[in-house]
Design a protein around this ligand. Sequence first.
Ligand code: ADP
Ligand code: AMP
Length: 229
Amino acid sequence: MDILENSIIKECMSMNIILMGPPGAGKGTQATKLVNKYGLTQISTGDLFRKALSEQTKYGVIAKYFMQFGHLVPDDYTIEMVREYLKENTFENGFILDGFPRTIVQARELESIAKEFNFTIDAIINLDIPQEKLVSRLSGRRTCKNCGTTFHVEFNPPKVTGVCDKCGGELYQREDESVEAVTVRLDTYNKQTRPLIDYYTMKGTIININGDQPMEDVFKDIEKSLEGK
Ligand code: ADP
Ligand code: AMP
């Protein structure tokens, strides 16, 4: 696809997407591709909490304890943070919610926030992947300290070990990626977030995508599912 065609798509398209899936399913990876192709804005609640943590803001101080052990940050604070973010920013081409909602309470609150701020959610994409694949994805993930781009030591290695291809920043392993924290995060997902699949299935709005295939193939399936939206 040439630059012109790409920019036409960017101009024409405005849509808001929820990207769901267990930790390590590839939400961040696919969100980056959607951002690059369609000019959407990625809103990752995990990234917002990590930024808040590094800046020692109110949300960071609250989130620290929950995040380091792999628990969800309580709904009240998470919803308040997302609400503020949506209120204070504009999204010319639409946005991708990556990692929100993660509970039924958050999903319901998102519906009222959408009414209040007058936006719609146009697609809910669920990345489906067998649980046993997730531990290796998470333990091999490396994140850039500077720009947040993620790599994988085996499946998507950087050109130079420990260095971000995109900005040259240092790659690090997240604190919540110890075997213990990963186990808790997957358990938390199964108990608190997986029920959202049924919630959205009953509403008839979910698009299930096979996340257990090469990154480019996952993206092709996402693109196909968005055609005509
Ligand atoms: P999430 O945002 O859902 O937690 P990420 O996008 O960060 O997941 O992906 C987790 C790890 O798995 C990263 O290291 C990423 O490079 C790798 N990864 C993502 N998608 C795939 C894929 N389709 N095949 C193999 N590895 C992948
Ligand atoms: P992530 O980067 O999406 O893997 O999120 C990292 C951590 O941030 C999670 O393990 C939670 O502690 C916290 N977090 C991110 N999003 C949410 C959310 N929607 N609700 C509660 N906690 C969240």
